[in-house]
Ligand binder design. Structure first.
Ligand SMILES: Cc1ncc(COP(=O)(O)O)c(C=O)c1O
Length: 491
């Protein structure tokens, strides 16, 4: 017997015990958790367990709501970090996907022009600010950023190849995007392309200084989020974007805008840069472009930049993606964009956002020693908490070292309490331990959201000490003190 046949025989003998797709809805939650722990991200499972998320089984989702196996209806304020502007399973977006599937068309089409991709590119350029009229489609945010960095460098034929970015920015977690992501935690132990200049967000003087120091003219672009999302829902000073664009352009560099969280209406205009009267040279989007159904990202630029970067026949395949711009995703994104325009997402975000912000300001006024600020605009909102003041109730926490975790994750504690007591899903932003994001679906109504200020007010009225006590006790009960202590040790 040759080794190949021996291998085949033994493989046949040990037929793998695959879980069948149709059995997934009935998998016990303990099995789901176990498979996650073994095969995905064990530390994340522990974090979920500490917060009481691990045993919640979501079985259905619609609009701003998630529905659990045990009959709860949860209001989703995380919205997949802002990707769910259309809410879960938007009927028109889901129907577009079904319509496409029923036609039996090719989804992946690489050797022929795709009608759906062409139509989506046409529509995007019709709504994009200014003279942006050239699109590259990909599958995620970080890939859209990579496309932006690459097209900028190629536009300058490699003569300019550095980028300026901002402290606390988040543009993705792949190598290129980590080079412009302003949080060390995500970059530690990872070899980046280069150490490019980082400036504080909103600080024009620092930006001027960086460009002034670029005597060799190596800076290709300035990369900005118009509102920093993960940095803490930080709106820069009025006029910053236009002035920053001016600085970059005076020095011959491009303005590259990350509208991954802000695009398609969340902040009250279809693109945030419109509110600031700024047209970037390169704009990239992802998240809500897929309407919560498709995974799709896009890097949008001017025809001259596209031409310089990839204009020759032998350059036309220099930047590609196998799955980027597939027909099904393009069809879904066309409908998602149409919904955002026809249902006036920007107007909804302005109207409901102004009201919600007012309600949250009223909660802040009642608890000024706990809430420092309500941040953001439209329905891209954040609550900034003061650093916790530890009082007598915290002595046991101090002894076990848990006070550091509590201090570093207070919005996480508020989130865990909102879930447990008020059926609301809310969590901290990634780069700021004091800010909780409030990013509801743009299809949510005032009636859907009225519970939010009420619930936060009720929790804060209970007092920080009670909330912390309850959450820590629950975490210890669920995960054991050992898990918490390991966490303390790792921080
Ligand atoms: C502003 C911003 N840019 C880029 C990204 C990366 O997007 P993705 O997670 O799809 O790679 C994110 C992700 O949260 C983001 O918030």
């Amino acid at each position: 017997m040759t080794s190949t046949t021996a291998h085949t025989a033994s493989a046949a003998h040990r037929a793998p015990a695959l879980i069948r797709l149709r059995d997934v809805p009935d998998l016990a939650q303990s099995r789901v958790a176990d498979a996650h722990r073994r095969h995905l991200n064990p530390a994340l499972m522990t974090l979920m367990r500490l917060g009481g998320y691990d045993d919640v089984r979501i079985v259905r989702a619609a609009g701003p709501y998630l529905f659990t196996a045990d009959g709860r209806r949860l209001l989703d304020l995380v919205s997949a970090y802002g990707a769910l502007s259309h809410g879960h399973n938007h009927p028109r977006v889901v129907a577009a996907q079904r319509w496409f599937d029923d036609r039996g068309e090719a989804d992946l089409l690489k050797e022929f022009p795709s009608a759906y991709t062409a139509a989506l590119a046409h529509n995007l350029c019709a709504v994009a600010p200014g003279d942006l009229d050239s699109v590259f489609f990909c599958n995620s945010g970080t890939e859209a950023v990579e496309g932006a960095l690459k097209i900028a460098q190629r536009h300058f034929a490699g003569k300019r190849d550095r980028f300026v970015y901002t402290e606390n920015s988040l543009h993705g977690k792949t190598h290129g995007t980590l080079s412009i992501t302003g949080r060390e935690k995500y970059r530690a132990h990872v070899r980046r392309f280069e150490d490019w200049p980082m400036v504080p967000f909103g600080d024009l003087a620092a930006l001027e200084a960086v460009f002034a120091a670029d005597t060799e003219q190596r800076i290709a672009g300035l990369v900005l989020e118009p509102i920093q999302g993960e940095g803490g829902v930080v709106v820069p000073p009025a006029g910053y974007l236009a002035a920053a664009a001016d600085v970059a352009r005076r020095h011959g560099a491009l303005l590259i805008l990350d509208e991954i969280q802000t695009a398609l209406g969340r902040t009250g205009t279809l693109f945030r840069c419109e509110a600031e009267n700024v047209t970037p040279d390169i704009l990239y989007i992802a998240k809500s472009l897929g309407g919560g159904v498709a995974t799709i990202g896009a890097t949008i630029t001017r025809a001259d930049i596209q031409k310089n970067a990839y204009g020759k026949i032998d350059e036309c395949l220099v930047h590609t993606s196998t799955f980027g711009g597939r027909n099904r995703a393009a069809a879904v994104a066309m409908e998602a964009l149409a919904v955002a325009v026809e249902d006036d997402f920007p107007g909804r975000a302005r109207e409901i956002g102004d009201w919600l912000r007012g309600e949250l300001e009223a909660v802040r006024a009642r608890h000024p020693d706990i809430i420092r600020a309500v941040r953001g605009t439209g329905l891209m909102l954040g609550l900034e908490f003061h650093p916790i003041e530890f009082k007598g109730w915290a002595n046991p926490l101090r002894l076990s070292g848990l006070d550091r975790i509590v201090a570093g994750y207070f919005p996480g504690i508020v989130g865990a309490e909102l879930l447990r007591r008020h059926d609301i899903v809310a969590s901290f932003v990634l780069n700021n331990p004091h800010v909780m994001r409030i990013y509801p679906a743009l299809v949510a109504t005032r009636e859907d959201l009225a519970v939010v200020p009420r619930a936060i007010d009720a929790l804060l009225t209970d007092g920080v000490g009670k909330m912390v006590e309850r959450t820590v006790a629950g975490a210890v009960r669920r995960a054991g003190l050992g898990a918490l202590k390991t966490w303390v040790g790792s921080r």
